[in-house]
Design a binder for this molecule. Structure first.
Ligand SMILES: Cc1cc2nc3c(=O)[nH]c(=O)nc-3n(C[C@H](O)[C@H](O)[C@H](O)COP(=O)(O)O)c2cc1C
Length: 201
């Protein structure tokens, strides 16, 4: 072994092995950190989002729990042309809209009525998928925000703009990109855990 050439390689292999071990055994706490530190962002940097990160977020989204494997979600990734369509639908929010690097419209498609058990479950599953999508982006250093009303555009207009078929319901327009602002603390939850939790004997 020639230490002058092999030493850097050995050091790099040892570092990789250590990192692997930390990721393996530290996975629990780092996953929790991802959960605790995701925040909704409205301001984004003018920096291109890697499509691979979006693809990985979609892979995470479709692994959300869903009863009977109904897979009740559909995703429409909006490019610049589609974002321009949204901007044209509400002049008051056009500038804010055009400053968002990426948008994913998520819809619900269900065979069931939405006030019935299985329809409600499909609705819940899509919410889980949206959260998975945002958490995956966050794990890769990207910010996001789940939008519904604040775009000031009727859901049916959004569905029309993305070409969603009849019957799909709009669940989210997820804005995403690299954060354009720091968000250190979450908005305070009024109830806290104590206000929404009962521990039974
Ligand atoms: C179903 C749903 C719809 C939402 N729609 C909007 C919206 O239209 N406008 C908005 O500003 N935030 C919207 N949000 C984001 C919440 O305002 C945000 O999650 C909340 O303020 C908590 O902040 P955090 O995500 O940083 O914890 C929505 C969140 C959910 C779950």
């Amino acid at each position: 072994m020639d230490l002058s050439t092999d030493l850097p390689l050995l050091v790099a292999s040892a570092a990789a092995a250590l990192l692997g071990t930390l990721l393996l055994f530290g996975g629990k706490s780092s996953g929790r950190t991802i959960l605790l530190t995701r925040r909704s962002h409205v301001k984004y940097a003018k920096k291109k989002v890697p499509q691979a990160a979006v693809d990985r977020a979609l892979e995470a989204a479709i692994l959300a729990p869903n009863h009977f494997l109904s897979e009740p979600w559909r995703f429409y990734q909006c490019g610049a042309e589609t974002i321009k369509k949204f901007a044209a639908l509400n002049a008051d929010k056009a500038d804010a809209c055009l400053a968002v690097p990426g948008m994913m419209v998520v819809t619900l498609t269900s065979k069931h009525k939405l006030d019935e058990k299985l329809g409600l479950e499909d609705h819940a599953a899509v919410s889980c998928a949206v959260q998975n999508f945002m958490l995956s982006l966050h794990a890769e250093g990207l910010a996001s925000k789940w939008m519904t009303g604040a775009m000031g555009i009727a859901p049916e207009k959004i569905l029309e703009a993305v070409g969603a078929p009849e019957g799909e319901k709009m669940m989210a327009v997820v804005w995403f990109g690299y954060a354009g602002e720091k968000k250190a603390t979450p908005p305070k939850r009024k109830l806290g855990v104590a206000g929404c939790y009962t521990k039974l004997a």
